[in-house]
Design a protein around this ligand. Structure first.
Ligand SMILES: Cc1cc2nc3c(=O)[nH]c(=O)nc-3n(C[C@H](O)[C@H](O)[C@H](O)COP(=O)(O)OP(=O)(O)OC[C@H]3O[C@@H](n4cnc5c(N)ncnc54)[C@H](O)[C@@H]3O)c2cc1C
Length: 386
């Protein structure tokens, strides 16, 4: 495996860097610069800008609006995106439901939904988890009963990120309670404006509203919003897990975090001996480099057409543990400066002043997207045959 970019890839990197420099405005980068998540308007503005350029649905085949880049080019793009301080794109449309639709959807579904995803106009959320169905997703209970020309949906989803922003939800529902758990699940697309849907906020430990509970009471969903056939929901959910995940380790954003940490230490007015801080940052950078090389191997394998395997679980575990480690270093090196909460400026860098919120939120990154314990089970099963 070659760990150096080719001349063409370096030229590509420069062209992306130039574009980012010219198009990523201060309001787009402000949140990432402060370590916060963007508001809906900023997120959509950024995604629509990428959509216009044809750079939003990076992994999609060209015929559906993808740019036709290699995995290495997508990786370079992600690095440049993060280093300029632009936020990652929301995964629900481009990385999740889009690939499901062009793989399993009818022609009518493709024509109806894909253009809005590729342009960044249509926002989606993921309705999988329920109060008693998280890691054990197959035990989900939200019921979709087939009536004449529609499904009648009743039940509850929880932890639904961005449900309060979303136009549409892709949802796992139980269409047949009589068969084996996995076989009775279907994949349904639900318009969030349909009567009978109630979205209630969950405020997370960083004090922000990203998450929701979603209740369904006699919600009528047209039959042609079913993707694939009834009972195919589990197959589709598993397909998503094997869909390309070369950015799952979050290397690009971790690099940006370390750059922010360096800036905060450099700007710190404290008179403590900074050499220990620099040593800690150097250790983090070495660890990130190791993660990055492992990630490169996956990117190179993807370019060689190899399918995605257990490495995505390893990258998820190490990547999220590393994000937590950097946020912990940020809080500890900021000391008293990290204790501010309501964005009131005290002393020192704005970066340190907001570090605790981010630290708190990142406790969740080893849980969402399939908890790290579950990823370890996957590794044990696939690699050790346990
Ligand atoms: C910030 C955030 C955003 C989220 N966004 C979404 C979203 O948009 N849409 C959505 O559908 N869901 C979302 N989720 C839900 C997420 O997918 C679940 O929280 C996750 O799958 C874990 O399920 P659970 O919370 O029910 O915990 P449980 O499954 O009850 O797990 C509790 C603990 O037990 C461990 N555990 C469970 N089973 C095993 C096992 N077999 N072996 C070893 N350990 C085990 C888990 O790792 C965990 O530590 C989000 C969660 C968070 C925190």
């Amino acid at each position: 495996m070659n760990l150096e970019f080719t001349r063409e890839e370096l030229e590509f990197q420069q062209s992306i860097r130039d574009w980012m420099g010219a198009h990523v405005t201060e309001d787009i980068r402000r949140c990432s610069a402060l370590g916060e998540m963007p508001a809906k308007e900023q997120q959509q503005k950024w995604e629509q800008l990428l959509g216009k350029q044809g750079w939003l649905a990076l992994t999609w085949p060209k015929q559906y609006g993808g740019p036709g880049w290699t995995a290495t080019q997508r990786y370079i793009f992600d690095l440049e995106r993060a280093m300029v301080g632009a936020p990652p794109t929301s995964p629900f449309g481009v990385a999740m439901v889009g690939p499901v639709l062009y793989t399993f959807g009818s022609q009518e579904q493709k024509d109806r939904w894909l253009p809005g995803i590729v342009s960044g106009e249509l926002l989606w959320c993921q309705g999988y988890s329920e109060p008693n169905a998280g890691s054990d997703l197959a035990s989900l209970k939200t019921r979709a009963e087939r009536k004449d020309d529609h499904y009648l949906v009743n039940g509850q989803k929880v932890w639904t990120t961005q449900a309060h922003w979303a136009d549409m939800m892709f949802c796992l529902v139980r269409t047949d309670p009589a068969v084996k758990q996995q076989q009775g699940i279907s994949f349904l697309l639900i318009d969030m404006k349909t009567p009978g849907i109630e979205v209630r906020p969950i405020y997370s430990i960083d004090g922000h509203h990203h998450l929701n509970e979603v209740y369904f009471t006699d919600v009528r969903v047209p039959l042609n919003n079913l993707v694939g056939q009834e009972g195919m929901g589990w197959t589709i959910a598993k397909y998503l897990l094997t869909h390309e995940r070369t950015t799952i380790a979050g290397v690009a954003d971790s690099r940006h975090e370390i750059a922010r940490l360096k800036r905060a230490v450099a700007e710190s007015p404290c008179s403590y001996d900074k050499s220990q801080a620099w040593q800690r940052i150097a250790e983090l950078e070495i660890e990130l480099m190791a993660l990055e090389y492992t990630n490169f191997r996956t990117v190179a394998a993807t370019d060689e057409g190899q399918p995605f395997g257990p490495e995505s679980s390893g990258l998820k575990i190490k990547g999220t543990e590393f994000q937590q480690k950097v946020s912990q270093a940020m809080v500890e090196l900021g000391g008293m400066m990290s204790l501010t909460w309501d964005n009131q400026k005290t002393v020192g860098s704005d970066i340190f002043n907001r570090a605790t919120r981010r630290y708190n939120f990142l406790r969740a990154c080893t849980i969402y997207g399939g908890s790290n314990e579950i990823q370890k089970n996957v590794l044990a099963k696939m690699l050790l045959g346990l």
